[in-house]
Design a protein around this ligand. Structure first.
Ligand SMILES: [Mn+2]
Length: 466
């Protein structure tokens, strides 16, 4: 846990915020989730917003904040004898609550009675949209709203307050993210050393998971670790690496307090990039460098994304894969054949921070609308950046056979794309370069230790032992 005063301060900030104005804020903690039977659960992961305001990292505890009295209360049960026998001793709730600065506790069963009393008195109950079925069913039980419709009744002012708080990272949080990124860099050094002809993707993926467990709280998401890097969220590790392949690893570790890291690197399996791989790698790196340079408070991330698109397009035009005016090509969305995803996302307690609260509520300002254009429509973060935001910057360049075939058959954007030249690059797969960037008054600051990124440094990866 972070310090007691941190949680007190965070809850006080809710009371100081001008919305929601009255009633009760209900923060459901997560419960243990069965994998295939109850005694064999998935690793427990606490709800991030619950962690943010209450810090208690165990299943079956819920929080309530009374906006009118300013009091916070935690509901949960103390371990019984069976729990102690199977799971070990655990401090009683009263003691755990005190570590988060909460003085009032009650058995978990009291939550439904307390909420029923409040509802009867006409007091509003504010809750966040559920992302697990179990939460929706509990909300149904507690509020009387049908489980399927609970998301429709989630409190928008509550969501807005949480987004406002969690978007700007404190020094304490930045330290946690730095720790997560340090471990994440270890994962990548290990992957770089292990990429070799004849080895399997699975050997590398297994090492990532082991290192993340040994140095922190495990992985922050299921990694992509594949020679088919053009499959954007590829979770298959069944292939054997060969000379000439590029291994794309997109992986992140979690800090002791559950903050995430998220980095992507690409390594030539045989040790050297081919000429084609190298020029494309340089193009992606130029796009990433330009994007990080464009990061500054007040700059909409959408502009940073478009800057990366323009630099990538410029390079693709120099290589003959694209033709015409850079501005016009990007405006039309032609570059999305090669770069069909958004430049990045917020990162914090969640790797896609607060995505459960709604991508647009987190990533878009009120006066911004999400584009419907192919490629740009997947941009998760568009809003003007602020000091203290932590974002990922992750441009890529991919050769996705099905997408290329579809566009070629339609003649889509053929004023900007030379499909014959594109055909010569087929089989390159995918290249993405990702770092975690803190927005400071001086601009974007890459978090974590130096991790090989220049093509020569990546090729020289054997010397990067950690
Ligand atoms: Mn990412």
């Amino acid at each position: 846990m972070l310090s007691r005063s941190t949680y007190i301060r965070r809850r006080e900030a809710i009371l100081e915020a001008d919305r929601p104005s009255s009633g009760l804020l209900l923060l459901l903690g997560n419960e243990s989730a069965a994998m295939n039977y109850r005694a064999n659960p998935y690793p427990f992961r606490q709800d991030s917003t619950f962690l943010y305001y209450f810090g208690l990292d165990g299943p079956a505890v819920d929080g309530l904040i009374d906006l009118d009295s300013g009091e916070a209360q935690l509901y949960g049960d103390d371990p019984d004898l069976e729990d102690v026998i199977w799971m070990g001793e655990r401090a009683p709730l009263r003691e755990r609550a005190a570590r988060a600065g909460v003085e009032t506790t009650a058995p978990r069963s009291a939550l439904s009675t307390d909420l029923a009393t409040a509802i009867e008195a006409g007091r509003p109950i504010h809750f966040l949209p559920p992302y697990r079925d179990r939460q929706a069913r509990r909300l149904e039980k507690l509020t009387g709203i049908t489980a399927d419709r609970t998301a429709d009744y989630a409190s928008i002012p509550f969501i807005q307050t949480v987004v406002q708080h969690r978007s700007v990272k404190s020094t304490e949080e930045i330290d946690q993210i730095e720790t997560a990124v340090e471990t994440t860099a270890r994962l990548h050094r290990a992957a770089m050393r292990r990429a070799a002809p004849g080895r399997t993707e699975r050997e590398v993926a297994g090492a990532l998971s082991g290192i993340a467990e040994s140095h922190g709280r495990g992985l922050s998401f299921r990694p992509t670790c594949s020679i088919r890097g053009e499959i954007l969220h590829n979770h298959d590790y069944s292939r054997t690496m060969e000379d000439g392949d590029l291994l794309l690893v997109d992986a992140g570790a979690t800090s002791p307090e559950h903050y995430a890291g998220d980095i992507t690197r690409v390594v030539p399996v045989g040790g050297q990039f081919t000429t084609r791989q190298r020029v494309l790698y340089e193009a992606v790196l130029a796009a990433q460098t330009a994007a990080i340079e464009a990061v500054a408070p007040g700059v909409p991330f959408r502009e940073v994304h478009l800057e990366a698109c323009r630099v990538l397009t410029e390079h693709l035009m120099e290589l003959g894969l694209m033709t015409g005016s850079v501005e016009a090509a990007v405006e039309a969305g032609a570059h999305a054949l090669f770069f069909p995803h958004g430049l990045g996302h917020m990162m914090g307690l969640d790797v896609h921070d607060m995505e459960n609260l709604g991508e647009e509520r987190v990533g878009y300002a009120d006066d911004q609308t999400r584009s419907e254009q192919f490629g740009l429509h997947t941009l998760r973060l568009a809003r003007p950046l602020r000091t203290g935001f932590v974002v990922t910057v992750e441009p890529g360049c991919y050769f996705i056979p099905t997408l290329i075939e579809r566009w070629r058959a339609e003649g889509r954007h053929d004023a900007f794309i030379d499909y014959e030249a594109v055909a010569r690059y087929e089989g390159v797969g995918g290249i993405r370069i990702e770092d975690d960037v803190l927005v400071t008054n001086e601009g974007g600051q890459i978090l974590g230790p130096d991790l090989p990124k220049r093509p020569d440094a990546v090729e020289d990866r054997a010397g990067s032992a950690s």
